[in-house]
Design a protein around this ligand. Sequence first.
Ligand code: ADP
Ligand code: ADP
Length: 221
Amino acid sequence: SDIVKTENLVKRYSLDGTYIEALKGVSLNIKEGEMVALMGPSGSGKSTLLHIIGGIDLPTQGKVLIKNEDIFSLSEKKLAKFRNRNIGFVFQFHYLLPEFTALENVMIPVQIYNKGEAREKAEDILVRLGLRERLYHKPSQMSGGEQQRVAIARAVVNNPALLLADEPTGNLDSVNTQIVMELLKELNEKNNVTMVIATHDKEVAEFCDRIIFLKDGKLYT
Ligand code: ADP
Ligand code: ADP
């Protein structure tokens, strides 16, 4: 069944009295368990689409259904809760909190709901992502690849049904790209996490089941 459905998404950004239409009617369906690459030139609307699917930006028109829930019909508070339960985000610049260790960064999203198990869950996922020796390191003490794995750990620690990743390997070399993608593939297969991954990189797309192309705010499948 479909975990994500978008219906005729339009997004306009106003800009100096005029506007840019970043999405021009995007309708797509993604099945539970799919790993989808979202490709297209810079400025084609990939980030905008991911942000709207994840409920962190509003469409000008159209609908997003996640697990059959019309997310923009929810109150802001309910949407925030729905997002925290169901959706994980990974960005190119991972936005880890610099003052906190890897373990603390990953514990934060668990603590909102589940204080007792936060430490155990955070530790488990970090170890699974190969970071046993980095639990007490701060971001500045880790390599780029390690920081991106911490960001992935943080995104999946609540076991989201859906992971949205925006250029997750954009700042990584080829070796770290392979490591990160193998980990994502494993989470997709073993935990049945559905993934939508915006990328320029063919190496990344090769890990995916399907490629969706965006150009000038329109879909080419
Ligand atoms: P991509 O991720 O494919 O590079 P984006 O979704 O970032 O594309 O951008 C799509 C279009 O929308 C671009 O023309 C971009 O300049 C514009 N855009 C994105 N965010 C904003 C914003 N906050 N305000 C105005 N224009 C924006
Ligand atoms: P990568 O090729 O993954 O970017 P690096 O060569 O940058 O790896 O780092 C190799 C190892 O050195 C990593 O395990 C990392 O934790 C450690 N390291 C990298 N930069 C720093 C730093 N500024 N301070 C402490 N340790 C670091």
